[in-house]
Structures are given as C-alpha cells and as structure tokens.
Write a protein of this length. Structure first.
Length: 170
C-alpha cells in the first residue's frame, strides 16, 4: 500500500512532552476538532491557524514523552499534521499514534537535517523522506503491512470495524 504525504516542516527540539503538544487544561474532551485548536500553543501560539493539512512535526529525541494520554496524537492529527518525523519517540506516544492513525517516522538523520519550513515528501511504503527543495533523501524502516493498514484506516478502532465488516460479508 503506497502512501505519499507532502507538507512543510515545523521543527521542534528534544523531549517535546505531551503537555506541550496539548496542555492538560484541555483534556476534558477527546474531540480532535477541539484539541487541534490548542495543539502546540505553548511553543507556537498560533500553530493551529498556521499549520496546513499534511504538514509535518519534525523533532529530536524522545518525542511525546510524559503522560500516556492519547490526546497528544489526537491533537496533532486533528490539526491536520501529515505525521511526525523524529529521532526517537517515547514508547507510549509511539503506540498511541498508531492507535489513533497518526503516521510517525523514526529517522534521526532527517530530524537533524530538516529545517523549519522545508518542503517534504514521505513515501510510507518505501520508507523515504525527501526534502523536495534540494532532493535530499533519507530512509526509515517502514511499518509492517498490518500497522500501515491500521494507520491508513484512521486508527485501531476504525481498522477493527472495517475488519469485522469484511468478515461479515465472507
């Protein structure tokens, strides 16, 4: 299943925690349309109005550290982020991102080379990140097909619903 995502880079550093992604005071809901309005507001106050569909968060080590809440990847997805490119992830954020269908890519080389505003193209099946302005290409390990299917379905719950529907028609 080939999937290409294009957008520009929003660059952040190491140890971006879930409270920075979505401040705790907004955790009274799980509605991505509400969460997206406050996504990354502690670092970029007008992020939700400036981010474009498909744009990427690019970060260093340990992205998504902090609490185990799914609100953080939901807020990023709700804001229209095409995915996150980071050197490494907190394990619980990694799993939560898959669960809610937010594409994430682990690529330390890309996270160091990409600058704010760079145009990017990510091919999820071949495992490539291309800086389209200069043609530089980075490689990451693509997800196994079953995880790619979960992300493509929009998350674990929609994936399971689709799978149950398929089984009914057999």
């Amino acid at each position: 299943m080939t999937r290409t995502i294009t957008g520009k880079a929003w660059v952040f550093g190491d140890d971006v925690d879930t409270d920075v992604i979505i401040p705790a005071r907004y955790l009274v809901t799980s509605d991505p349309r509400i969460l997206e309005k406050h996504c990354m507001e502690g670092l970029v106050p007008d992020f939700s109005t400036r981010v474009a569909p498909g744009d990427f968060i690019v970060a260093g080590e340990n992205f998504g550290c902090g609490s185990s809440r799914e609100h953080a990847p939901l807020a990023l997805k709700g804001a229209g982020c095409g995915g996150v490119i980071a050197a490494s992830y907190a394990r619980i954020f990694f799993r939560n991102a898959i669960n809610v269908g937010l594409p994430i890519f682990e690529c330390p080389e890309a996270s160091k080379a990409i600058a704010e505003g760079d145009a990017l193209e990510v091919d999820t099946s071949s495992g490539t990140i291309t800086m389209t302005g200069i043609g530089e290409v980075f490689h990451f390990s693509p997800f196994p097909p079953f995880i790619e299917e979960i992300v493509a379905a929009g998350g674990l719950v929609p994936f399971v619903r689709e799978e149950l529907e398929r089984r009914k028609t057999r």
